[in-house]
Design a protein around this ligand. Structure first.
Ligand code: ZN
Length: 309
């Protein structure tokens, strides 16, 4: 079966250690890959997700210890939404108080219970309570009981000056359809994709442009089953929307193309193949620093500049 929706979300963090502690301990996600930014190998690239790093569960970070904080504005991701069982919202609200996590009182959006919170770098996130997902597997290795554990992404919301051109890419190329509107927010869904199947566009009109920095989302990656599906999307972007992507880049765990969507957000299309178990067994994901073959000969030099986690 063909799946669309979000493959991963990549954001910018400050301290790698603080980022690691928050996502693995406070939120209880699994560190599924410990590697470096292939374009800047002196920096970690940390991948968090479910047990195997299923597409639709992967939140990744470039930690830059001296990064200036970002400023919310148009042309960027406003919020990254994670799924939890509806019955778990109370548990999480209590946990956030206990752990001193900055959060808001739960509210309703599109009929769903939403608990908005921020990570230590000010990244805007939320837990969205979804009824009937208790039976989906949840990663318990981070100490969160299975009935409360995070089940991948719900989706993302984009803060844009206007919706039309971006909506055309979501519906015409990326497999989404408009399903609802609430105030200034338009909701798009990727068929029946459960994890990462939602993109909300919040129309902001005239507003300050975003300034990328700590706590900002760097880009959003959408799923393509394989190279062929990705190539078809690349052709559609060019032929029907006049948008050229980069050449395909091998990211070891998936293969990617990138483009700037008309609203200003950096989009990626990443293949589901080959996945995170390509260079270490599932049981050991995230334990060792993994490097692509091209960087392996510089391992000593790279390990010397990275702070151990
Ligand atoms: Zn990416």
């Amino acid at each position: 079966m063909r799946h669309n929706g979000i493959h991963h979300v990549t954001a910018i963090a400050g301290s790698a250690q603080r980022n690691h502690d928050f996502y693995t301990n406070t939120l209880g996600l699994r560190l599924v890959k410990r590697t470096v930014n292939f374009d800047d190998p002196g920096t970690y690239h940390l991948y968090y997700g479910d047990e195997t790093g299923t597409p639709g569960s992967i939140l990744t970070f470039f930690p830059w210890s001296h990064v200036a904080p970002g400023r919310l504005g148009v042309g960027e991701t406003q919020e990254t939404m994670l799924r939890v069982p509806e019955s778990a919202i109370g548990y999480w609200a209590h946990r956030f108080v206990e752990k001193g996590v900055s959060h808001q009182t739960p509210l309703k959006r599109f009929g769903e219970t939403v608990l908005a919170f921020k990570d230590p770098d000010g990244m805007r996130l939320s837990l969205v309570g979804i009824p009937g997902i208790e039976a989906e597997p949840g990663w318990t290795g981070g100490g969160i009981p299975a009935e409360h554990a995070i089940r991948g992404f719900h989706g993302v919301s984009l803060l844009l000056a206007e919706a039309e051109a971006t909506a055309a890419i979501l519906t015409g190329v990326l497999g989404f359809t408009e399903t609802a509107r609430e105030e200034e927010v338009i909701r798009f869904k990727a068929g029946d994709t459960a994890q990462g199947g939602v993109v909300d566009i919040r129309v902001a009109g005239e507003f300050l442009p975003a300034r990328m920095g700590g706590g900002s989302v760097h880009h959003i990656a959408f799923r393509a089953a394989d190279d062929e599906a990705q190539a078809a999307m690349v052709r559609k972007l060019k032929d029907e929307h006049g948008i050229r992507t980069t050449e395909q880049v091998d990211r070891n765990y998936f293969r990617s193309v990138y483009f700037r969507e008309p609203g200003g957000v950096l989009f990626e299309i990443a293949t589901d193949e080959p996945g995170f178990a390509v260079d270490e067994p599932v049981a050991e994901l995230g334990h060792a620093l993994k490097l692509p073959a091209t960087l392996e000969r510089r391992r000593k030099e790279i390990e010397d500049v990275l702070q151990p986690l």
